[in-house]
Design a protein around this ligand. Sequence first.
Ligand code: PMP
Length: 342
Amino acid sequence: MKEIERLIRPELLNLKPYSSARSEFHGQADIFVDANENPFENKINRYPDPLQKELKSKISEMKGVDPSCIFLGNGSDEALDLIFRLFCIPGKDEVIITPPTYGMYKVLANINNIFVKEAALTTDFQIVVDSILKQYDRETKILFLCSPNNPVGNVLNREDVINIIDQFPGIVVIDEAYIDFSATSGFLDLINEKPNLIITQTFSKAWGMAGIRLGMAFSNPFIIDQINKIKPPYNINVLTQKVALEKLNDEETFKKNLASLKSEKLKLAAELDKMDVVKKIYESDANFLLVKFDDADHYYKYLLDHGIVVRNRSNQFHCKGCLRITIGTPEENDKLIKILKK
Ligand code: PMP
């Protein structure tokens, strides 16, 4: 792990983390008078398990990954933010992103005062290994990839990704927020053999839990330990841990909703394809479609005037004229189709 240690901010490598009252004894005594809580039971009077052992054990089983390789965050956005803070020295270090991509990488870089370099995707929205390597220099700490990519929905070519993980001298983060919708299984199988790889995933999308804010990062135990050291002690609250466990045990609902979203995506794509105003529908392994219109701004406003909010991605690289449309319920999709047909 020497080559990874070198990438971590030195002051954090030696950081003595906050020792929360419950890290050691969570749930393992009769009387807890150690954390200045209110003793009167109301289901939420106690601090949550800071290491989320029960939830991690469920996720470990689902994903086939050891609990020591799992970090849980307040949404995967928190995981991404902590990854920035673990590796990048503010005002000095930089990261590489591959536009068009998820907007938070740049925002988090700006918040943390980290420079951003860009290595654009091809017109087929694939990475170019050489142009990423060309952007690399000594201050580059992290490369952010997103697969399936937002805002397009395509998955990155596996061979290219493995190639860049092997050649990139910094950390490679692959954001797999939409992986549950994909026909491919993503890159989770690589975390134990590629020491510089971190994968992020979320329960906000396919699992339908955006409201409780629960995201994951997967990596080797060394990196996961380092992220855990710098996280807020009780970042996953009691209600989130409880509801997540309930939902994760209800696989039937998950599968039913997932099947609906997949078939609705096909239906929506087929209907949009018949419309003259639609110029192109991009291949998507996610729960949205990037759609090129003959006049995106006009249709954005037209839909808004009819009570439908889509995302205008026209100003993003390679996305001129495009709106990003999330797959809704069958009724919502029918309504959108009907209004567009008018
Ligand atoms: N990554 C991507 C690519 C996303 O699109 C999103 C949400 N829009 C996130 C991460 C953040 O998800 P979370 O709700 O887990 O913070």
